[in-house]
Design a protein around this ligand. Structure first.
Ligand code: EPZ
Length: 437
């Protein structure tokens, strides 16, 4: 089993270019199915979730090639409308293929993704929206059998919650539907804007009219395009939290500062110094941070739920008591148990986490149980005294491209190593200082 070993206490210094966005890349790859041409996706990170999406594209009949961070997707020969369970289970957000496969082939058969570590993850909003567009969907023992007996028909859809995935499925299903679709209370995350830009570059006709309303005028076909994926705002925020936790002075390049404004406030309240222009951000942290009392995760442009774990890890050693309310997912505090093993004082009351800051965390053997919780453990270990061993790396590799290499360039004492069969990382054991090189 692979593990990451961190010797904490090293401030981070240097410059780091932020990866392309996982959560923009995945729906854009699903959208390639709608094109009867070739799409070139630039700045597409090499992540396990992206590789899972590529496997689905190839199963559907696309040919995909990668050159560095550029993916070329030829979807002229899409012929298949079924996605096997094995591929669906590799990545729960594969549900976003439903809209594009249904729109392209008139049918779709795939298994409902089911819940994950952070919550039940229902898809009722997806299904009701697609049915409003004319899809006939039968749910049998966890399998969705969908048909569009006539072409999908534009209509007015109002989401009861600005679901990111449901918004994406409506965009993909309505882009080539007959007539116009108005989507009210749509998600406003930057990844949605990027998907709209991609679809319009392929010949779609989608406009945003004000806060959370999308108007999709159906077109007859979508051609290929070249598109550059936006930077990953959650990866950027994760590295910012690493500086907050370990101290230091880091410049992040290729960020979109406007996408993280709601979180910058929290970093500045905590005592980090931030200087930023449109595409570059410098963050400095020196000494103990201050607690932040009023963090509440919300749909964009509010504080992103995906940054909750990273910011909590940073605030474990802040002076005072911080409070974080997780309003988006019902079970997104998995990182708390491991942070407490590292010496953090955190209480959970329902969806509220109360973090009583301690002077220092200490190294420990901990295991990631979901993507963002895993990043939080690395962040906490960077500022901790002593050595930490982090396992469960397959969760982290879903969303962070070479995370240990990125942190090494900033001077962190971190390395990834395969574990021999003999040694087993024992949870909760003090860890010996391991030679890094
Ligand atoms: C996307 O998930 C992201 N994933 C998540 O990032 C992110 O946390 C989430 O949006 C919120 O920003 C990708 O983009 C691949 P939602 P998604 O539909 O689309 C409820 C990460 O770490 N809901 O906006 O699944 C749902 O239960 C991942 O990168 C329904 O009730 O999020 C949740 O409570 C984790 N019915 C809330 O809405 C539905 O039909 C937000 O879900 C759909 C959602």
């Amino acid at each position: 089993m692979e593990k990451i070993i961190v010797h904490g206490g090293q401030p981070l210094r240097g410059t780091l270019r932020v990866q392309g966005s996982k959560n923009a890349s995945l729906p854009i790859l699903a959208a390639c199915v709608l094109s009867d041409g070739v799409c070139v996706i630039e700045n597409c990170p090499d992540l396990s979730d992206v590789r899972a999406a590529v496997r689905i594209l190839e199963h559907l009949g696309c040919t995909v090639s990668r050159a560095g961070n550029q993916l070329t997707v030829d979807s002229r020969r899409v012929s298949c409308y079924t996605i096997p369970d094995t591929l669906m289970h590799e990545m729960r957000s594969s549900i976003v293929f439903l809209g594009s496969v249904l729109a392209r082939t008139g049918k779709a058969a795939l298994c409902a993704p089911g819940g994950c570590e952070i919550g039940l993850r229902p898809i009722d909003l997806h299904l009701s929206a697609l049915r409003a567009l004319g899809a006939v969907i039968a749910e049998e023992h966890g399998t969705l059998r969908c048909e569009a007996p006539k072409k999908l028909q534009g209509t007015v859809i109002s989401l009861s919650f600005p679901s990111v995935g449901a918004t994406e499925n409506v965009l993909l299903a309505a882009a080539t539907a007959t007539g116009t679709t108005m989507l009210l209370n749509a998600a406003r995350e930057p990844e949605i804007e990027d998907l709209v830009r991609f679809l319009n570059a392929c010949g779609a006709d989608i406009t945003t009219t004000g806060e959370g309303t999308l108007v999709i005028r159906g077109v007859s076909r979508l051609h290929g395009c070249r598109h550059r994926v936006i930077p990953d705002r959650i990866a950027a925020l994760s590295f910012m939290a690493a500086v907050g936790a370990a101290g230091g002075d880091v410049v992040l390049e290729d960020v979109r500062t406007k996408h993280i404004l709601s979180v910058n406030r929290v970093f500045e309240q905590a005592g980090c110094l931030i200087e930023a222009d449109e595409h570059t951000l410098r963050i400095r942290a020196d000494g103990r941070l201050r607690a932040v009392q009023d963090i509440r995760t919300l749909p964009h442009p509010g504080f992103p739920t995906d940054a909750q774990a990273a910011v909590m890890a940073m605030l474990c050693t802040a002076k005072g008591t911080s409070v974080i309310v997780e309003t988006i997912f019902e079970n997104r505090f998995h990182h708390v148990h491991a942070l407490c093993r590292m010496g953090a004082h955190i209480r959970i009351e329902g969806r509220v986490a109360i973090i009583d800051g301690v002077e220092k965390l200490h190294g420990a053997a901990v295991s990631a149980v979901d993507l963002r919780a895993g990043a939080a453990l690395i962040i906490a270990s960077l500022g901790a005294q002593g050595t930490s061993i982090i396992t469960g790396l397959h969760h982290i590799d879903r969303g962070y491209e070479k995370i240990e290499a990125c942190l090494q360039t900033l001077g962190a004492q971190i390395e990834r190593s395969a574990e021999s069969g003999r040694q087993q990382s024992k949870q909760n054991q003090p860890v010996r200082r391991l030679p890094l090189r």
